[in-house]
Design a protein around this ligand. Structure first.
Ligand SMILES: Nc1ncnc2c1ncn2[C@@H]1O[C@H](COP(=O)(O)OP(=O)(O)OP(=O)(O)O)[C@@H](O)[C@H]1O
Length: 244
């Protein structure tokens, strides 16, 4: 990782968050999941969030994705203040702009790969064809296969196809390779890198795997609900060169 310089105008930013706090209250217990987060992500960057378990990474990802709201603070996506949207507009934002990828692929077992992707393309505004999305992840010829007929890595690539088929502005990935061995994980990372390169999608990846940080433009280190430091990587490496 080299340097820490960062020169981006507000108009170039995908996300900008200021003083974000998130508190969970369960009975008497209060958990401060985010304790004043300030961050900015330039458009079309690949960003990795690293940090110990419980440090707030998923909480921030869920807020960025419009799945949850902060207790206080402001968050902008491009020119839109996400934190000012009502529930209906927040859902619209999520549907139009956000693709999610989780550790466990969440495919519907009774639907083929293509039908799983079609679930999203049927309700999107200007999606690519399911076959095109599957081709982007190298699985076009497996389109009629059911999840049980695919390996874990292939199922995750179908999940990537499903997430990118609506041409989202941002792809949010929570431990996308957490259940995969390294060579299979690299193939999944290559599909994320391809979506990033070909669609210009901003990609945010949460991982416990420090090696993956080398493919990111920017790495945000979390510590106890706060950002410890941000690294700018001038020369991200190809996923194939990552080892873990
Ligand atoms: N719905 C919830 N109710 C109560 N506490 C929560 C809830 N969601 C998260 N937390 C707490 O907020 C803190 C931050 O959790 P978060 O999931 O964001 O961490 P993380 O860095 O993503 O961890 P991991 O790497 O284990 O996924 C933790 O202490 C967690 O227990």
């Amino acid at each position: 990782m080299a340097g820490t310089t960062d020169k981006h105008a507000a108009a170039d930013l995908a996300f900008r968050g200021s003083d974000l706090h998130k508190t969970y209250q369960t009975g008497e217990t209060v958990v401060h999941a985010l304790r004043g987060i300030d961050f900015a992500v330039p458009r079309s960057e690949m960003l990795v969030l690293l940090g110990p378990s419980g440090s707030g990474k998923s909480t921030l990802l869920n807020i960025i994705g419009g799945l949850d709201r902060p207790t206080s603070g402001k968050l902008y996506y491009r020119d839109t203040e996400i934190t000012a949207l009502n529930d209906r507009d927040l859902t619209r934002y999520r549907r139009a702009e956000v693709g999610f990828i989780f550790q466990f692929y969440n495919l519907i077992p009774s639907l083929t790969a293509e039908e799983n992707v079609r679930l999203v393309t049927d309700i999107a505004d200007s999606p690519m064809a399911p076959s095109e999305a599957l081709a982007l992840v190298g699985l076009e010829e497996r389109r009629n296969h059911y999840p049980a007929q695919l390996s874990g890595g292939e199922q995750q690539r179908v999940a990537v196809a499903r997430a990118i088929a609506k041409r989202p502005g941002v792809l949010l990935c929570d431990e996308p390779t957490g259940a995969l061995d390294s060579s299979t994980g690299v193939r999944v990372l290559e599909t994320l890198e391809r979506a990033h390169a070909e669609l210009g999608t901003t990609v945010v990846i949460i991982t416990h795997n420090v090696g993956i940080a080398a493919m990111a433009h920017r790495v945000i280190h979390f510590r106890d609900g706060q950002i410890g430091r941000v690294e700018i990587n001038e020369k991200p490496i190809e996923p194939a060169r990552i080892s873990w």
